[in-house]
Design a protein around this ligand. Sequence first.
Ligand code: NDP
Length: 281
Amino acid sequence: MANIIDGKLISKQIKDELKEKVCELNKKGTEVCLAVIQVGNDPASTVYVGNKKKACEYIGIKSLAYELPEETTEEELIQIIEKLNQDDSVHGILVQLPVPKHINDENIINAISPLKDVDGFHPASVGALSIGKKGFVSCTPAGIIQLLKRSQIEISGKECVVVGRSNIVGKPMAMLLLRENGTVTVCHSKTKDLKAVCKRADILVVAIGKPKMIDASYVKEGATVIDVGIHRNENGKLCGDVDYESVEPVAGAITPVPGGVGPMTIAMLMNNCVESVLQEI
Ligand code: NDP
């Protein structure tokens, strides 16, 4: 039986710690402020933006909502970002992705000041992470490090296998595990004998976007398994990239879906907003 890593509980602990920090900042006269920009009305994006606003409210962070029409041009969006970059009362800027197809998301990410890049997607933030300098870190992998640390799971010296090499999850995950002195292998769709590589892992992080692909035959007895995937199955139930029923009896610790990695992403976004202010003080 694996220990279930409770992302809901750990994210609540982090949000409560942040609430206290924000309260202290308020007493000193600083109001933490996050600008959230959504272009168009993609229903999934609307849900994500809503959850971010709710988390801000809970912690006491002011959120500025920019709900822009689908026809907004790239130039108009960049103008808004540049204004927010200059605005000292705004500490974090987030553009909910994906943006409509006529807007180049890379140009948008590059327009956000690295000092306010709370999503950690700007090339300067990514570069800082890879050379071990301070900077914002992508929220999902940062949240996974917190899940491991707060569950007393040692990373240093451990075989860590990350399945997936996206810019948002897989690559920053690998860099963070390396920073924590793990021995890291990154797998992807061209990896030969994925099963054998995964079976070496003491810590296996799965971010492939394929429902329930990783079953017990990929997992070493006692390994920690972190499931980043989120999917809705044919019955409308959420599941991950890991076949939980098959893996849970073999693993030493495992994150469930829902209630594992998911809640950590927003908690770390909130953390980045608060960090953005603390760096200035
Ligand atoms: P991407 O689609 O951007 O990347 C998927 C990665 O998995 C790619 O690197 C791809 O390899 C690799 N891959 C795909 N198929 C295989 C395979 N059969 N064997 C080995 N590797 C494979 O996904 P993301 O990283 O953005 O997201 C992954 C999952 O995590 C999704 O389900 C997403 O919804 C979820 N997610 C959850 C978040 C949360 O907050 N919980 C946040 C972000 C994502 P290659 O590069 O060779 O194509």
